[in-house]
Design a protein around this ligand. Sequence first.
Ligand code: G3I
Length: 320
Amino acid sequence: MSLKEKYKDYFLIGAAVNTHTIQTHKDLILREFNSITCENEMKYGEVTNDGVTYDFADADKIVAFAKDNGLAMRMHTLLWHNQSPPPIFKNTDRDRLLQVFRGHVNRMAQRYGKLVYACGVANEVIDDKGSEYFRKSPWLSIIGDDFVDVAFEYAKEAMPNVTLCYNDYNESEPEKSLKIAKLVRDMKNKGIPIDCVGLQAHWNIVSPSVDEIKRAFELYAGLGVKLHITELDVSLFAFEDRSVLKEPSLELIKRQADFYREVFAIFRQYRDIVESITTWGVADDESWLSNFPVPNRKNWPLLFDDNHQSKPCYEAIMDF
Ligand code: G3I
């Protein structure tokens, strides 16, 4: 039995893919997953360099793959401080930037809005530091404090039937989760059309603790929104750990399996509101973590190994 079959009554099982992995990992994707996200190809700065001329070739390839194979798709992402085309922030003001951004949202919606079930509208706008609320960015400084609200209004207008999510990382960290919850609560109180919180879930075997993750789920579940796990991976290294490994020890592989088992138990517990679980990549041979936070350091964060074989963490989440 595959992952998507095992979880068919619970949630969609997704993977982030790119134009390379839809070829190299095709069999595995089609066997195990029923949802995909473009790892980069739908980001603002990837579809346009200057904010005027668009090139949808890579995103189109992935969308065609989804259509041909009956996979559901998430859109990632409309407003982000990274990978946006720098010229849109030059010599501009609030009204001009809003106009340009609304044009972008409409273009993305026109091309992909009918094909996606969910969209990460705003990404990582909350600051990690306790003393700050919003992260500093040109979006915030040029548009002002309502930049996220406006993004959701534009997205709703352009994609009325798509689940609209706010997406962030360190989403289980106690202080940051309170700020994310405040953002969502305030938006709902103002009548802003937010449907969902996307929990990136870039976790490692040390942190966050399973208790922290449970508390974050309780908090988000109380907001009356859907939850999507959008970028799940479980690094074998604590974030500050800069050591390098040739091979992971059996002990680490077991700890990773235990971690996956426990967090999937939480996901199942919240099945009424959790709609999708997406891993950030397909197999360990191609993961962003093999370059972050240490360039060229091999990591093994996913459910399938370098040869696309299932790992103990896969067996752990299939065993319930
Ligand atoms: O496309 C260029 C290529 O032309 C160039 O030769 C090459 C040389 O560095 O770079 C290529 O761009 C890279 C891009 O991925 C496409 O592969 C960038 O350097 C690289 O920085 C970029 O990394 C992506 C990262 O977002 C950028 O912020 C990762 O693949 C992607 O996995 C990662 O995903 C993010 C989510 O979107 C949001 N949450 C965090 C997550 C991890 O950072």
